[in-house]
Design a protein around this ligand. Structure first.
Ligand SMILES: *Cc1c(COP(=O)(O)O)cnc(C)c1O
Length: 252
């Protein structure tokens, strides 16, 4: 796909509007209100100068997949009022302290060790954090996330961690040009959520479904996404290979 680099606030604003219009179109096709879908711009690899342009273009939430990169940017941009950070990538327990300090949301919860480490650090900070549970819907061993059948028992453990506010589920679809296979991943997440909704413990809400990226967000919206995480379609193609961001790379 061809995503030209956005180098000015106007170009970023234009791309944001284009993506938003495509989300709204997908909502209309699916008979869903457009207000149900949040666009989370993903700024990984985007330098702080261009993030300032994104802020000028109206971005108030940014998704980052690596904690150190996010933390560095958050510190460098602390003067931008109301800018909030969502950590969307796998977390190691030794980074829980940082996330507890600066993040407004964590979308990739997939182990009790991480839940425990985050909760402990959040209690120290006197904060609570919105979290989504990451589910592996593609069956690819290279992807993080719980297996679908592990999610119900996992959710039952989470009320013990009172600083974590469970909001829903997150997934990455299979890397494939076959849209039917991509769609099947999104359908799987939505079906799982519907199945778990009634049995989820008190205080665990499963309203949010974070799914869809630059190449597949319209399919995700058609299948029920409430958050789409979009980087390249807003900021331009990344020169860094995604293998730096995912365990074993993905590939197409
Ligand atoms: C990078 C990333 C995205 C966005 O991908 P784009 O191709 O830039 O839209 C979404 N989700 C996660 C977890 C990511 O790491």
């Amino acid at each position: 796909m061809n995503w030209p680099q956005a180098a000015t606030a106007a170009e970023i604003a234009h791309n944001l509007a284009t993506v938003r219009a495509r989300i709204d179109g997908a909502c209309a096709r699916a008979g869903r209100p457009a207000s149900q879908v949040r666009l989370l711009p993903v700024s990984k690899t985007v330098d702080v100068g261009r993030i300032r342009l994104a802020y000028a273009a109206g971005c108030r939430w940014l998704g980052e997949n690596k904690v150190q990169e996010a933390q560095r940017k958050c510190a460098a941009l602390a003067d931008l009022e109301g800018l909030r950070w969502s950590v969307i990538g796998h977390l190691q327990t030794n980074k829980a302290k940082a996330v507890a300090r600066f993040a407004a949301e964590f979308q990739a919860l997939d182990s009790l060790r991480v839940a425990e480490a985050l909760d402990r650090r959040l209690q120290v900070e006197g904060r609570a954090l919105d979290v989504l549970v990451q589910v592996n819907t593609s069956g690819e061993t290279s992807k993080y996330g719980l297996q679908p059948d592990e999610v119900a028992p996992f959710l039952r453990e989470l009320p013990a961690f009172s600083a974590l506010r469970v909001r829903g589920l997150m997934t990455l679809a299979v890397w494939s040009a076959d849209s039917a296979r991509v769609r099947a991943c999104f359908t799987r997440l939505c079906t799982l959520r519907d199945r778990l909704r009634d049995s989820a413990p008190a205080g665990c809400s499963l309203d949010e479904l974070s799914m869809g990226m630059s190449g597949d967000f319209e399919i995700a919206v058609e299948e029920g996404a409430t958050v789409v995480r979009v980087g390249q379609a807003i900021f331009g193609a990344r020169s860094t290979p995604d293998s730096l961001y995912w365990p074993s790379g993905g590939g197409a």
